[in-house]
Design a protein around this ligand. Structure first.
Ligand code: SAM
Length: 335
C-alpha cells in the first residue's frame, strides 16, 4: 500500500524505493551518445560528494524506504575510493547493484563479491571492435568481452545494455540476441534518448516496435516468448525458446514507463534529480555540509516530480532541443 506521508511518495502516489547514485563524472570511455564531443565541464573536486557524504545521503534514503541502490557514473569503478564507498554502502540494509562499462572490472571481482554486488549491468553497444572504437572513442573492446565472460564465470548476473542507433548498430540486433543462446545473460536494447549535446535526432532512434519487427522476421515467431516483467521493470522482456538467456527492450522514448516509476537519482555532486529527463535538480550536498536536515529537500524534490518524462509528455516536446538541451549530459546524470 502506498503511504502518502512517506517523504519518498510523490503527488501521483509513486513510491520511490530505488536510488541511483553516480559516484563520479569521470569515465574511461567517451561514448558519443553519452557526452558531447568537446567533453563536459567537470565539477570542481570539492563539489563532489566524499564517501562519508555518499553514505550519509544513502542512509537517509534507506531510512525512508529505499530498498535498492544502483551505483553508476561516469564509470563508477574509476573512482579511487570506490572500495571504501562500496564497503560502507554494503553495511546498509539495501540491495546494491552497479552499472559499468566493464573495462577494468576484472580488478574488482573480489570487492564486488565481498559487498554482495552480484547484479551488474554491463554496457556494450557493438560486437564489432571497429564500431566499438567508433562509439566509445577508445580501444577497449577485447577487455570488455573478456571481462563479460569472466563475470559470468564468476557467478555474476549480467544484463548487457546496448543503446541502439540507426544505421550504426541496428544490424547487430540478432547477433546480440544470439549471444543469449549459450550465455545466461539478459541483452537489453535501450532506445537512444536525448540529452544535452548528444545530437539526438528521432530518426537515429531504433524503437521497440522496430526491434520486434527484426526479431519476428528473423526467428520463428512461435519461439519468441514474452516473459513476465518484474514490478517496476523498465524493460519488456523476451526469450527465444531454448536459449539460456533472454533479451529486453527499454523503451523510454516510445513507450515510457513513468506510471510505475520508482526511481530517483543522485548526481556525483550531490544533486537530486527526480527524473532522468527533468532539467531541475535539488542540491542536497550544500545543506548536508551545513549540518542541516536534508529530508525536507528530498520531500520537496520527490513531491514536485512531474507525471511523464520530466514534463516532456509528448514526442513534440521530446524533440524540442531547447527542452532536453537544458538537461545534463548522461555522463553527469548517471544512467
Ligand atoms: N560507465 C557506466 C556504463 O558505461 O555503463 C555507467 C554510466 S553510463 C552513463 C550508464 C548507461 O547509460 C549506459 O548503459 C549507457 O549506454 C546509457 N546511456 C548514456 N547515454 C544514453 C542515451 N543518450 N540514450 C540511452 N542510453 C544512454
Amino acid at each position: 500500500m502506498t503511504n502518502p506521508n512517506n517523504i519518498l511518495t510523490d503527488s501521483f502516489g509513486r513510491e520511490h524505493t530505488y536510488l541511483r547514485i553516480s559516484l563520479t563524472e569521470l569515465c574511461n570511455l567517451r561514448c558519443t551518445y553519452c557526452m558531447p564531443a568537446e567533453g563536459i565541464q567537470l565539477s570542481p573536486r570539492s563539489h563532489i560528494m566524499n564517501f562519508d557524504e555518499i553514505y550519509s545521503i544513502a542512509k537517509t534514503f534507506v531510512d525512508h524506504g529505499v530498498t535498492k541502490i544502483r551505483l553508476t557514473g561516469g564509470e563508477p569503478l574509476v573512482r579511487r575510493d570506490v572500495d571504501v564507498i562500496l564497503k560502507k554502502l554494503a553495511s546498509l540494509p539495501v540491495e546494491l547493484s552497479m552499472t559499468t562499462n566493464a573495462v577494468i572490472v576484472d580488478r574488482y571481482i573480489d570487492l564486488l563479491k565481498e559487498c554482495n554486488i552480484m547484479n551488474l549491468n554491463v554496457s556494450l553497444d557493438s560486437l564489432d571492435a571497429v564500431k566499438f572504437k567508433e562509439i566509445t572513442r577508445r580501444n577497449d573492446f577485447e577487455k570488455v568481452i573478456k571481462n563479460m565472460h569472466l563475470l559470468i564465470q564468476e557467478g555474476f548476473n549480467i544484463k548487457l545494455n546496448a543503446v541502439l542507433i540507426k544505421d550504426f548498430n541496428d544490424n547487430e540486433i540478432i547477433d546480440f540476441i544470439n549471444l543469449s543462446k549459450d550465455l545466461p545473460i539478459s541483452v537489453r536494447f535501450i532506445e537512444f534518448m536525448p540529452f544535452d549535446g548528444n545530437k539526438w535526432d528521432k530518426a537515429k532512434m531504433v524503437s521497440y516496435a522496430e526491434v520486434m519487427e527484426k526479431v519476428n522476421s528473423s526467428f520463428d515467431v512461435s519461439k519468441v516468448i514474452r516473459l513476465q516483467d518484474a514490478p517496476n521493470d523498465t524493460s519488456k522482456n523476451y526469450k527465444i525458446e531454448g536459449y539460456k538467456g533472454s533479451f529486453a527492450i527499454i523503451s523510454s522514448v516510445t513507450n515510457p514507463f513513468c506510471d510505475s516509476c520508482n526511481r530517483i537519482r543522485l548526481t556525483a555532486n550531490g544533486r537530486l534529480k527526480n527524473c532522468l529527463f527533468s532539467a531541475g535538480e535539488s542540491d542536497l550536498l550544500t545543506p548536508l555540509r551545513q549540518g542541516k536536515d536534508i529530508t525536507p529537500m528530498i520531500q520537496k524534490a520527490v513531491h514536485s516530480k512531474l507525471k511523464i518524462r520530466g514534463g516532456m509528455d509528448t514526442m513534440e516536446k521530446l524533440e524540442a532541443p531547447d527542452l532536453h538541451g537544458k538537461n545534463r549530459s548522461m555522463i553527469t546524470i548517471g544512467g
